[in-house]
Design a protein around this ligand. Structure first.
Ligand SMILES: Cc1ncc(COP(=O)(O)O)c(C=O)c1O
Length: 501
């Protein structure tokens, strides 16, 4: 049966006195109606403002329910048009009843044709990975051509000379111990992380660190607060582990919680406090303290993604959130992707002491670690001071490239397009005028070999998504920055007439 009036349908079902939180009830009623087909795919829902008026309740209550339904894939937003019932409905199997079995069977048949699970299909629909990983203006990629390969090759030869069986077989739990020691020493000094080498686990990067955390600490259906916008990879790994991402907006101080969010503590809080990805803000001290206290009180886990804090061009990097935590609620993740090269696939995860043994056994059991030989070379690279000097050299180089890109932007647009995140990292976020179609710009740029990722794609909540472009400068040789931006500026002007006036 199709619902004639959503407000009436809700009013008949919501029990304000005994039914628990009303936002949760709205969420549940709409979710069930979507699953049973009473709200069919493609149907537009009333705006949160209109619905809250009809229900005579606060707009936040309705917004919370809508956001949850959007985060879980039951609803989708279309820019400027509102919220619609989504096409692909997860959890059909749980809702399987004789009444809706036919619909589910049809969807199953579609799945079977491609052979992919719901999870697999969802992963593909939201995939952010690109086939082009190099050149103007690929974000997040360092200049790998300047990696000191002669030094590396010397250390590699040295490692072969002393090569033992244990460097060539499966990895020890947690990784090559001298590398764990080198990383712990580095993190204590450079990032004020509180840790011993036993708490450091070597992983294949942040993707694997998140995957391991979810498998070790998460249950199917657990919720994770994610900054909105955020790194697409984090979202994909979480969702593929059955974790529900809950988007939380970001302002100039970082993750910006509404009081109603605090009523529904999540299992995980994933943040990039040193350099918000992709907008580039630094989380304020008061927000840091608030998150730490909240996590301790509600037994939530904070996952700190400290992916590029080595590169700050003005001020000194802020200390890690983990270093402020006295309740052992933070799991800290880092990577050599930005400092050395992405293809190295080595990162690290620092876990609270009480979890260290469980995590190393879990890691070996799940991924059957290896790369001990490469880890031994990296350990020497760090212990002999090459890591620190490579970072110093690249920091200077990237600061120069950033300046060139900022000048190129200024040359074409003056101060009319604000940029975010410019004093740190490997990219900046160029804001575009409201209403600009950043997808179309990105597409046109890609056709001439320029990567300019659309900022709006990093948001889960399209209603608040801002148009813009993520521009990586680290892997663009100095002399190519201006000419590449000239070409991109032409495309931007063609798509945003207000800028060419
Ligand atoms: C915020 C953020 N986290 C994590 C990663 C990926 O890290 P890794 O290569 O170690 O998996 C990236 C890569 O661009 C990133 O931007």
């Amino acid at each position: 049966m199709r619902i004639a009036s959503l407000p009436d349908f809700l009013l008949q079902r919501i029990d304000r006195a005994n039914g628990g939180p009303v936002n949760r009830q709205i969420y549940q009623v709409i979710r069930e109606a979507v699953l049973s087909g009473s709200l069919p795919a493609g149907l537009q829902l009333p705006s949160s403002r209109d619905l809250s008026k009809e229900l005579k309740m606060s707009r936040n209550t309705v917004t919370y329910a809508y956001e949850q339904l959007i985060a879980e894939g039951y609803l989708e937003t279309r820019r400027g048009a509102g919220s619609f019932v989504a096409d692909t409905v997860p959890d059909q199997i749980a809702a399987l009843s004789p009444h809706n079995k036919a619909t589910a069977d049809m969807k199953d048949a579609k799945n079977n044709a491609s052979g992919l699970s719901q999870r697999g299909q969802h992963l593909l629909q939201k995939a952010g990975v690109s086939d082009l990983q190099w050149g103007a203006f690929m974000p997040g990629v360092p200049d790998v051509t300047l990696f000191p390969n002669k030094i590396w090759s010397r250390l590699q030869n040295k490692a072969w000379r002393r090569s033992r069986a244990d460097l060539l077989t499966y990895g020890h739990a947690g990784g090559y111990f001298p590398l764990r020691v080198a990383i712990a020493d580095y993190l204590r000094v450079a990032r004020s992380v509180n840790c011993t080498a036993q708490q450091v686990l070597i992983t294949t990067g942040i993707h694997q660190s998140i995957d391991l955390i979810m498998r070790m600490l998460g249950e199917n259906g657990d919720r994770a607060w994610l900054e909105d916008p955020c790194y697409w990879g984090t979202r994909s790994v979480l969702q593929s582990q059955g974790i529900q991402p809950v988007p939380i907006p970001v302002d100039a101080e970082g993750m910006c919680l509404h009081p109603s969010d605090l009523q529904h503590p999540p299992r995980f809080i994933v943040v990039t406090p040193s350099h918000q990805y992709p907008l580039g803000t630094v989380m304020s001290l008061s927000r840091r303290r608030m998150l730490l206290e909240f996590a301790a009180a509600k037994q939530a886990w904070i996952i700190e993604d400290d992916y590029d804090s080595e590169f700050r061009y003005g001020s000194r990097p802020l200390a890690s959130l983990q270093g402020m935590d006295v309740n052992e609620r933070v799991l800290y993740m880092g990577t050599f992707t930005k400092t050395l090269f992405p293809g190295l696939r080595i990162g690290f995860l620092v876990v609270p002491e009480k979890l260290a043994d469980a995590f190393s056994t879990g890691h070996s059991e799940l991924y059957r670690g290896g790369q001990m030989f490469t880890q031994a070379i990296l350990s020497d690279f760090m212990q002999e001071g090459y890591f620190a000097s490579h970072i110093r050299r690249m920091r200077l180089l990237y600061a120069g490239r950033l300046k060139r890109l900022q000048q190129a932007i200024h040359h074409h647009f003056g101060d009319s397009l604000p940029t975010g995140g410019g004093d740190a990292g490997l990219h900046l976020a160029l804001e575009l005028p409201a209403g600009s179609d950043d997808f179309a710009i990105s597409h046109a740029a890609r056709a001439i070999g320029i990567v300019a990722r659309p900022l709006s794609r990093y948001y889960m909540h399209q209603e608040t998504a801002k148009p813009g472009l993520l521009l990586g400068y680290a892997c663009v040789p100095d002399e190519q920055i201006q000419p590449a931006f000239d070409k991109l500026a032409k495309i931007i002007k063609a798509h945003c007439p207000v800028l060419s006036a």
